[in-house]
Design a protein around this ligand. Structure first.
Ligand SMILES: Cc1cc2nc3c(=O)[nH]c(=O)nc-3n(C[C@H](O)[C@H](O)[C@H](O)COP(=O)(O)OP(=O)(O)OC[C@H]3O[C@@H](n4cnc5c(N)ncnc54)[C@H](O)[C@@H]3O)c2cc1C
Length: 424
């Protein structure tokens, strides 16, 4: 095995999980992250039980409660709070591992701290922006812009984990163009408030065109009874609406959307109050990219959002990034640190990710709301008259199977990386 470190472009959820995985199996690695100083940016994301399992296998289980809360329930409701579908989640549902709703930035910092503790402070080079690559026979050269200087670094393999605007993918797929807008804008924020329903519930409310998604991302403070509550107000516009290019950190003006929620009146949560009390609100256009035919070019492969940016409708983007990292690691265990390992990862994950991207366009598990809207305009006395229980349950199960977290299969399958596995 080559002793030269493999190169990872991007120190987000995907890149840092891959660094920890490589360390676990004895593969040297270096991460190049464009940000000069990592800060806990972003708001809430979900980590599904299949991905929580992998974080636990990386020895991070005890740290998860510090960055989020174990989710107990997941459901769809009308804007008046009437239930369309709800189901238990995580341990409550019978999974052997919990689901976590976490603060994205705190999760990234947790992974970063673990990388620095385990691999040392030089494992992640901050302020190093990947600009391209050169396949060079038996090795690969990563082009970097570090502190305004162009430089190159050589390694046996390169994994591009540089997110939605991946420079590596842009070189690999030069004619692809920008991400594709869905016509929806996600207005995002988090504020402290009393948690609702089970105390750790995720609620998706409203219609296909005007939604409010909310869930706690911290434990409840016993003194105040409050938790950090994440919310996303999703509004859909005409195709000719002028929208701002996707940027996770773009600050928004509440006046652009708050009026849409003034007549909402669910009994167990107050969306308007949450929006009004949130200091910083971010806007993000819901975008994805078409699935592509290949993620690998010689000694470089794509992972995470660089490989498969998808709509966040199944709460699955970060989970898939974590699974990618583990599958790449498994490829190294089975094949060694070489392009065959990347091919094995791509062969297994690319078709699945492509189906998830397309499922997201069809609204994924959220399509239950679209169906109810089509059948009764969202007005009903008894949901069973509109959509029988079995039909709603089948829809929920279908997405879990597609995304690899249906209960029976996940509980029964062996670990992706067996404990004690080493490369070479
Ligand atoms: C600042 C930020 C805030 C986010 N907030 C949310 C949120 O609130 N809700 C949500 O659902 N998702 C959010 N996301 C996206 C979410 O983290 C990802 O969809 C998911 O976790 C997949 O992880 P990833 O590592 O593939 O991508 P990301 O987590 O996006 O990580 C990509 C990393 O690569 C770095 N990078 C980018 N370009 C280069 C380059 N050329 N060279 C080197 N490094 C590069 C980025 O700085 C980042 O650290 C956010 C992403 C970022 C970067």
């Amino acid at each position: 095995m080559s002793e030269d470190p493999i190169l990872i472009a991007g120190g987000g959820i995907a890149g840092l999980t891959l660094a920890l995985t490589c360390h676990q199996i004895g593969v040297p690695v270096r991460v190049f992250e464009s940000t000069r100083a990592l800060r806990p940016l972003g708001v809430g994301i979900n980590i599904q039980p299949n991905a929580v399992r992998e974080l636990i296998d990386l020895g991070l289980g005890e740290r998860l409660p510090e960055v989020g809360v174990a989710t107990k329930e997941y459901g769809f409701y009308t804007k008046d709070g009437k239930e369309i579908w709800s189901e238990p989640r995580g341990l409550e549902a019978g999974y052997a591992w919990p689901q976590y709703s976490v603060h994205r930035g705190q999760l990234q910092m947790m992974l970063f701290d673990a990388v620095v503790e385990r691999l040392g402070p030089d494992a992640v080079q901050l302020g190093a922006r990947a600009t391209g690559y050169v396949n060079d026979g038996g090795s690969i050269r990563l082009r970097l812009d570090a502190d305004g200087q162009s430089t190159e670094i050589s390694g046996p393999l390169l994994v591009a984990a540089d997110g939605l605007h991946s420079a590596i993918r842009a070189q690999m797929v030069p004619d692809e163009g920008p991400p594709i807008w869905s016509r929806a804008i996600l207005w995002r924020g988090a504020t402290r408030a009393k948690p609702f329903r089970s105390g750790a519930s995720m609620a998706i409310m409203g219609t296909p065109f005007l939604r409010f998604v909310t869930y706690p991302i911290s434990a409840t403070d016993p003194d105040t009874g409050e938790a950090l509550i994440n919310w996303i107000a999703e509004t859909t516009y005409d195709p000719d609406h002028e929208w701002n290019r996707e940027d996770w950190n773009r600050l928004a003006d509440k006046a652009d959307f708050i009026d849409s929620y003034r007549d909402w009146d669910p009994p167990w949560i107050d969306p308007l109050d949450l929006i009004e009390r949130t200091e910083e609100v971010f806007e993000y256009p819901m975008v994805d990219r078409d699935p592509i035919d290949s993620w690998t070019d010689g000694r470089v492969t794509l992972m995470g959002d660089a490989a498969h940016i998808m709509y966040p409708v199944g709460s699955n983007g970060a989970s898939q990034a974590i699974i990618d990292a583990r599958k790449i690691g498994r490829g190294f265990v089975d094949h060694g640190v070489n392009p065959e390992a990347m091919a094995a990862y791509e062969d297994e994950i690319r078709p699945v990710a492509g189906r998830l991207i397309l499922a997201g366009r069809g609204a994924g598990p959220d399509s239950v709301v679209n169906i109810v809207q089509d059948r009764c305009g969202g007005e009903f006395e008894d949901i069973n008259d509109v959509m029988p229980y079995e039909e709603r349950a089948a829809l929920a199960d279908k997405y879990k199977k597609l995304a690899g977290f249906d209960i029976e299969t996940l509980n029964a399958r062996p670990p992706i990386i067996e404990p004690g596995s080493r490369v070479g």
